[in-house]
Design a protein around this ligand. Structure first.
Ligand SMILES: NC(=O)c1ccc[n+]([C@@H]2O[C@H](COP(=O)([O-])OP(=O)(O)OC[C@H]3O[C@@H](n4cnc5c(N)ncnc54)[C@H](OP(=O)(O)O)[C@@H]3O)[C@@H](O)[C@H]2O)c1
Length: 299
């Protein structure tokens, strides 16, 4: 059940839902992929000035030190760590039991934190250190799911992480995980709510999104963030633009009418934009020879 808290002033209202651990995830968070050197400023502005309480990052984004500096600045400005929700992800080259702890410690150090709120498996494949993109034969393999998860569970038991979860898992892989997990995954992350940036899909200029935005006197970005919330997920739009940062969190005191929500849900030419092809598909030597292989032929 969502819980609303009004923080007042410049800050926007924030809503939360509880995860498996009982800890609450703020429904809107800040994405940081491709935020580069601007991450420090956007993270600190978002938290200290705009009321964001949730930041999503990953070792693979190469911005954790910048995010860490932003978090530190926000904490210095008076926001308590216990009111923040920080997510990071373990990258594919660290997806073996003996490397989980090392990868996690590096992430904590870069973020200048003593614990994480959520630690996710970024993609469910093991990449050899230094693997090419796309990987050559033998550079991508299945990973030891049970062994890796056991190590992640230890992090929870030691109170270094509050919740653990996954991204880019198929139903088949989720079921495999549920069969071995002592601590169940709390989250299967949904992402790129605005269609992502280069290489993604420009949903911000989609005519249907534009139509609804004009009707509701909101921006297209706000409509897309709100659509995700009304669909029942948390949402992590990335921005380093101060106006967009402000817009993307100003989504709690209005609603998309049902008919418009349905029109948005039925936008044409829907497809998964980030399909893992560049990262994992090796058409000649496999083991993942196609995008369908990446997704276990599930869609
Ligand atoms: N688990 C995974 O495998 C995975 C994969 C991809 C992403 N993610 C996470 O999800 C986050 C979001 O996804 P994403 O970064 O791919 O893309 P996104 O949030 O869908 O879109 C970001 C793009 O939208 C622009 N934008 C932001 N707010 C806007 C607004 N109000 N109006 C117009 N344009 C706006 C941004 O530009 P400006 O910066 O200029 O505003 C940027 O170009 C990532 O940053 C990352 O944290 C996770």
């Amino acid at each position: 059940m969502a819980q609303a808290t009004f923080t007042g002033g410049e800050h926007q209202q924030m809503e939360y839902v509880p995860l498996m651990s009982g800890h609450k995830i703020p429904l809107v968070g800040l994405g940081t992929w491709k935020s580069s050197s601007q991450a420090t400023n956007s993270v600190s502005t978002a938290i200290a000035e705009l009321g964001y309480r949730h930041v999503d990052t990953a070792a693979e984004y190469g911005v954790q030190k910048e995010v860490g500096r932003g978090l530190k600045a926000a904490i210095h400005a008076g926001v308590e760590r216990k009111h923040l929700f920080v997510t990071s992800k373990i990258w594919c080259s660290d997806l073996s039991p003996e490397r989980v702890r090392l990868a996690f410690n590096r992430t904590l150090q870069d973020l200048q934190l003593e614990y994480l709120d959520l630690y996710l498996i970024h993609w469910p494949f093991h990449l050899k250190e230094g693997a090419s993109r796309p990987p050559k034969a033998g550079e991508v393999t299945e990973f030891d799911m049970e062994g890796v998860w056991r190590e992640m569970e230890k992090l929870v038991n030691e109170k270094l992480v509050r919740d653990i979860g996954v991204c880019n898992f198929t139903i088949k892989k989720l079921n495999n995980l549920l069969n071995v997990a002592h601590i169940k995954p709390s989250v299967c992350q949904a992402y790129s709510p605005l269609g992502s940036q280069e290489g993604g899909r420009d949903l911000v200029h989609d005519p249907e999104v534009d139509r609804v935005a004009e009707k509701l006197n909101k921006t297209p970005g706000q409509v897309l963030v709100k659509w995700a919330l009304q669909r029942g997920t948390s949402v992590i739009p990335k921005s380093t633009n101060p106006d967009h940062l402000k817009e993307n969190i100003n989504v709690f005191d209005w609603a998309i009418p049902q008919q418009d929500f349905e029109a948005l849900s039925n936008i044409k030419n829907q497809k998964r934009e980030l399909d893992g092809e560049i990262l994992f598909v090796n058409k000649s030597d496999g083991p993942l020879k196609s995008v369908a292989d990446v997704w276990d032929n599930e869609d």
